[in-house]
Write a protein that binds this ligand. Structure first.
Ligand code: XCC
Ligand code: SF4
Length: 629
């Protein structure tokens, strides 16, 4: 079936993307938007969550009503049960992604402790000791390695079945912990909750939709307060705590004169090594001999965020820019670890001289060059990657190179630690401006792009609408590049903020949107919320805060959304998950959770409309705290 291609202006708001989409069309290269169109309209049963393939009596697909009666699957499962089971597995997939990433960091720490690596080391001993002490580990009169060993053991235990409560639940206000215990959703162990979700959703187990939803919340909490949080904290200990830094964003960060290497995926364990190799004088010299002026490492998606936060590398783009980055014809190598890497990148790279290099055995791509990274030889492996890129440069067809637009400036590096430092060491100044109504509330805008929505229109639209209402925005994941390209990650961005927020940000010299990292780094945001709630002596659900994911696509984004909601932070989504086939599940997500955990989801695609609703909620919460609305 052939369909008219949609006008490029409808696909994305950015000039760099539009220019590359035109080039892709000229050169006959298929993109995610083309395939989205081929797949539309989507199966309506699947869209509503009403298909089940969980056993071989099926697959079943059911209409909620047939002749007035609810249709059932072969086993007898009704629509509510099927939707809840599908949603539960969706959340488990997301929690597994973040948490397995976290586990990879524990394994690096283990290699350090056991002396099996010289490439990785503990670069933040202060943070190591602080985190260990928080988890109840004795740190006095013990060596750094002894403390690290016990921290590693403690983190591994958070993945197992022996604990009643994961370690970092100590950061959660006691009232909320009590609520989790009462509801039976206190996360016990990451792998345990994920495995239990798979068990519950096997035919003939959990056939009560609300009960399955509660376990979905528990699984998500295990992600937020264990898997992701471990990922973030150990990454800081090994690679450094981010501090405010300047960098650049958009496809203009690619350099016609240099060997361009893009790191893509999520885990800094690989990308940090690639960056280090690219900075080695011997390899830079090799690049020069090949005719380039140097080696340029740029970031895509979340591993880009990790390196941007800690090393200040420039960001070439977010999720929907990954194919288009290759279409510039200026990329020698795309080096990936795992998650959010479109399989199509292998084909797009194949249309150019671009080498597509995979590094993780758990994320191999047919047709890619595989260089397996391990803890013992990552430096050598990273050098091989860079050498391959240099060779590719010699094959680059300069006639096909088109690098759009000049890059824009951005600021990054707002970890909880650097935020506190900027505030003079305590949360007090922040609480003061919140109480005074200069900052009326906070919203973390997180997550992805999705070809259902004009690329970055909602990410940027929502940020701008909230800033006008004096709501400070925190950004992670693929929202980062969107906010950066819109000029919101620079102090000058305050011209787009309301008067109170503009005054505070100008005083501190910070942008109105603060970049807090990758998607696992949403753990920084829930930690900050918990600390603010503790400082005010209230529950997290009492705070004038929101989460939002206007253009989400991934299982991980839903896991994040659900752990925020279960932690008491309401969350806006631009599109609903596949749950609309069940009124029980939908009503719970959009309202019923409120009674249980003090927060729920809002599905509102229009950014202005969403900001309005979010603002009303913030007003109500401020009033309840005895503040001006
Ligand atoms: Fe993936 Fe993390 Fe979403 Fe971007 S924001 S599309 S999940 S890379 Ni994490
Ligand atoms: Fe059908 Fe039930 Fe099997 Fe699902 S578990 S495929 S609803 S018979």
């Amino acid at each position: 079936m052939s369909r008219e291609q949609r006008p490029i202006e409808e696909l994305t708001i950015w000039d760099d993307a539009r220019q590359m989409l035109e080039k892709a069309r000229r050169e006959g290269i298929e993109t995610v938007w083309d395939r989205y169109q081929q797949q539309s309209p989507h199966c309506s049963f699947c869209e509503q969550g009403l298909t089940c393939k969980n056993c071989n009596m099926g697959p079943c697909r059911i209409s909620t009503r047939k002749g007035g009666r609810m249709q059932r699957g072969v086993c007898g499962a009704d629509g509510d049960v099927i939707v809840a089971r599908n949603f539960g597995r969706f959340v488990a997939g997301g929690a597994a992604g973040h948490s397995d990433h976290g586990r990879d960091l524990i394994e690096v720490l283990e290699a350090i402790v056991q002396g099996r690596t010289s490439a990785y080391r503990i670069s933040e001993e202060e943070k190591l000791r602080r985190i260990a002490a928080e988890l109840g580990i004795v740190t006095q009169e013990r060596s750094c390695i002894e403390v690290a060993e016990e921290l590693m053991e403690s983190c591994y235990q958070d993945f197992g079945s022996r604990r009643k409560e994961v370690g970092f639940s100590c950061r959660v206000p006691e009232v909320r912990r009590e609520r989790w215990r009462e509801l039976g959703i206190m996360p016990r162990g990451v792998d345990r909750e994920i495995a239990e979700m798979m068990h519950r959703t096997h035919m003939g187990c959990d056939n009560d939709a609300p009960n399955t939803m509660l376990h979905a919340a528990r699984t998500a909490l295990a992600d937020g307060w264990a898997g992701s949080m471990i990922g973030t904290e150990l990454s800081d200990i090994i690679f450094g705590v981010p501090t405010p830094t300047r960098s650049k964003a958009n496809l203009g960060v690619l350099d016609r004169a240099q060997v361009n290497i893009l790191v893509h995926g999520h885990n800094p364990v690989v990308s940090e090594m690639v960056l280090a190799a690219a900075r080695e004088p011997a390899l830079v010299e090799k690049a020069r001999q090949a005719g380039a002026s140097g080696i340029n490492v740029g970031g895509l998606c979340c591993t880009g965020n990790e390196l941007l936060m800690r090393q200040g590398i420039p960001m070439a783009g977010n999720h929907l820019m990954t194919e288009l980055a290759i279409v510039t014809g200026a990329v020698e190598a795309v080096v990936v670890d795992y998650q959010c890497i479109m399989p199509s990148l292998v084909q797009v790279a194949g249309c150019y001289h671009t080498r597509f290099i995979t590094t993780a055995d758990k994320a191999r791509f047919s047709g890619a060059t595989h260089i397996r990274f391990d803890h013992r030889h990552p430096v050598e492996q990273a050098r091989r990657v860079v050498e391959i890129a240099i060779q590719a440069y010699e094959e680059r067809d300069q006639g096909r190179v088109e690098i759009p637009s000049a890059p824009v400036d951005i600021t990054t590096g707002f970890s909880v630690e650097s935020l506190l430092a900027a505030l003079g060491g305590s949360l007090e100044p922040l609480l003061e401006v919140v109480k005074a109504g200069k900052i009326r509330g906070f919203c973390a805008i997180v997550g992805c792009n999705n070809p259902r929505i004009t690329h970055d229109s909602a990410n940027v639209g929502l940020a701008k609408a909230l800033l006008k209402k004096d709501i400070l925005v925190l950004a992670t994941g693929c929202v980062t590049t969107a906010a950066g390209k819109a000029g919101l990650l620079m102090p000058e961005g305050v011209s787009m903020a309301g008067p109170g927020l503009a005054e505070v940000c100008s005083g501190l010299g910070i942008p109105p949107v603060l970049h807090m990292g990758s998607c696992v780094d949403n753990a920084r945001i829930i930690q900050l919320c918990a600390a603010i709630a503790d400082a005010l002596g209230v529950d997290i659900s009492d705070l004038p805060v929101w989460g939002a994911s206007p253009e989400w696509y991934s299982e991980k984004a839903v896991a994040i959304g659900l752990y925020c909601v279960a932690s008491g932070i309401p969350v806006q989504l631009g599109t609903p998950p596949h749950i609309t086939g069940s009124s029980v599940v939908t009503d719970l997500a959009l309202g019923g959770l409120e009674e249980l955990v003090g927060a729920s989801f809002l599905v509102e695609p229009d950014p202005e409309q969403a900001a309005e609703i979010m603002d009303q909620r913030i007003q109500a919460k401020r009033l309840a705290l005895g503040l001006t609305p």
